[in-house]
Write a protein that binds this ligand. Structure first.
Ligand code: NAP
Ligand code: MG
Length: 488
């Protein structure tokens, strides 16, 4: 009997055509709020498919470079308009595929549109600087040149915004792209690529290929025609990306995990701090690289803060993110769900005390998904695993500090350095924090998870290779500088 497949099958997009993988194999993408629901089906591509994609990007690079920045920007305006017209559909797919709530998914899609427009505008901005030469009869200037074929590999937690904040600058500055999304969110990614495709990009400028990271992701990084790679994902995979790219001498950029601290000083506005910790720690089910995971509280206000935090956390509604009134969705996948549960058990066995939550929720409809209640631990010591490793789930560790100096030392006691926040009303405290904290994003009286598209984004220490994304910073990665000297 022929089984009817009702879910849509998404193909690879190579050389301006939607094509089936040569393997004829596919991967199902499931809804983490309802494991029985298949959101869509994508290709399980092979190295051979990847070869076609890279070759297409290579063949397209000269004409795309020669088109000029202003003309390239026009394609991004078109893609932005198409994405805007499809915002509701793409946001709903995002929620069904990785579980964040619909308002969050709409917010992320709207961010994608704004990023596209920002980089479309770059089409009309300067490509270099004139620098005075010591030779009065010469003209010397810099000119930004594209790198060529750029590989883009992304995670599943922001499947609209992260691909766009890499693809848009890559394209406007004249690079061609091979984009490999996370398998857990490849259907959403395919819908984003559809918007670029419908904007009419020339053949080979943007190529999209789905499948296993260890097969086609690795083959992409190792490909001899690849000129640069921009990767966001876990530290363990990032390390391999860096080694392969460095061995071949190509430009690479990695943005990875975080173990982001929030310091609550004794002079903080506790209500504001509670609100920010809940939003930073539990929105997107704690699956943001900038999520608040360690909350370091000065002893004087510890009990008050904890009481308020627990009271507010109890109000969080957990369920299918498509439903109104739901504040927190499921973990994005079974493996993520198991990881979170494993860390909760580990925390207990290492001596941390579970104050609230941390339970798999299985009542009624919830048993169909990977739901967990938001967890708060106390009696956490900085050397414990839950204070050191990225959990990527709704788990907050409360750590007591005797004073600000100790709080900052604890905040820095991690290999990561992505985002960090402090709540204080004392100017000298936050000035000290700005100076001393080891983080790429430093947030005062604001939650740790918050990014503006026009500002540089990225981490320090093991969170990043030190380059920055978004805003003007993207130009530094996606271009090389030619210093031109013309003798009259
Ligand atoms: P991941 O497992 O590292 O995967 C990231 C991407 O790499 C996916 O597309 C994956 O493909 C691919 N990949 C896997 N193995 C590969 C290999 N050997 N060679 C090349 N590519 C490979 O990360 P994730 O679980 O998707 O995302 C969560 C992580 O991303 C967290 O650590 C989070 O902190 C980090 N993150 C960082 C930022 C930031 O800007 N700093 C933002 C968001 C997320 P498959 O899906 O097919 O395995
Ligand atoms: Mg899924």
């Amino acid at each position: 009997m022929q089984i009817e497949i009702k879910e849509k099958v998404y193909q690879n997009f190579i050389n301006k055509e939607w094509v089936e993988s040569g393997t004829k194999e596919s991967i199902k993408s499931f809804n983490p709020a309802n494991k029985d629901e298949v959101v869509g089906i994508v290709q399980n591509s092979s190295r051979e498919d990847l070869e076609h994609a890279v070759q297409a990007a290579h063949n397209a690079k000269k004409a795309w470079r020669r088109l000029g920045q202003a003309a390239r920007g026009q394609f991004l305006y078109k893609a932005a308009n198409i994405l805007e017209a499809n915002l509701n559909d793409i946001a709903e797919t995002l929620t069904r595929e990785m579980g964040k709530t619909l308002p969050e998914a709409k917010g992320e899609t709207a961010r994608g549109i704004a990023i596209l427009r920002y980089y479309a505008g770059e089409g009309m901005r300067k490509e270099g600087d004139v620098i005075p030469s010591t030779d009065k009869d010469a003209l010397m200037f810099t000119k930004r040149a594209p790198l060529g074929v750029t590989g883009i590999i992304t995670p599943w937690n922001f499947p609209v915004a992260i691909p766009i904040w890499k693809i848009a600058p890559a394209l406007v500055y004249g690079n061609t792209v091979v984009f490999k999304p996370a398998s857990e969110a490849a259907v959403t990614a395919a819908k984003v690529v559809e918007c670029f495709a419908r904007a009419g990009l020339p053949a080979g400028v943007l190529n999209f290929i789905t499948g296993s990271g260890s097969v086609i992701g690795q083959a992409l990084i190792d490909h001899k025609l690849l000129n640069a790679i921009s990767f966001t994902g876990s530290e363990s995979v990032g390390e391999g990306v860096a080694k392969s790219a460095a061995a071949r001498g190509i430009k690479f950029q990695l943005e990875m995990g975080g173990k982001n601290p929030v310091i609550v000083a004794k002079d903080a506005d506790l209500d504001a701090a509670v609100e920010a910790v809940i939003s930073g720690g539990f929105r997107s089910t704690g699956q943001k690289c900038t999520a608040s995971s360690r909350v370091i509280v000065e002893s004087d206000v510890y009990d008050d803060f904890k009481e308020k935090l627990v009271a507010e956390t109890k109000k969080i509604t957990v369920g299918d993110g498509l439903q109104e009134g739901i504040w927190m969705g499921p973990c994005a996948s079974e493996s993520q769900f198991n990881t979170v549960k494993k860390y909760i058990e580990l925390a207990k066995s290492e001596g941390a005390s579970l104050v609230y939550g941390g339970e798999a929720l299985t009542r009624g409809e919830l048993k169909k998904g990977y739901f967990i209640s938001p967890a708060i631990f106390e009696d956490v010591k900085s050397e414990m695993t839950i204070a050191q490793e990225e959990i990527f789930g709704p788990v907050i560790a409360l750590i007591k500090a005797i004073n600000l100096e100790e709080a900052i030392a604890i905040a820095n006691d991690t290999k990561y350095g992505l985002s960090a926040s402090i709540f204080t009303s004392n100017i000298s405290s936050f000035l000290e924090f700005i100076d001393e904290i080891e983080a790429g994003l430093v947030r005062i009286n604001a939650e740790s998870a918050g990014v503006e598209l026009q500002a540089p984004f990225g981490g320090m220490k093991a969170s990043s290779t030190g380059s920055r994304e978004q805003g003007e910073a993207a130009k530094e990665f996606f271009t090389a500088i030619k210093t031109v000297f013309i003798k009259g």
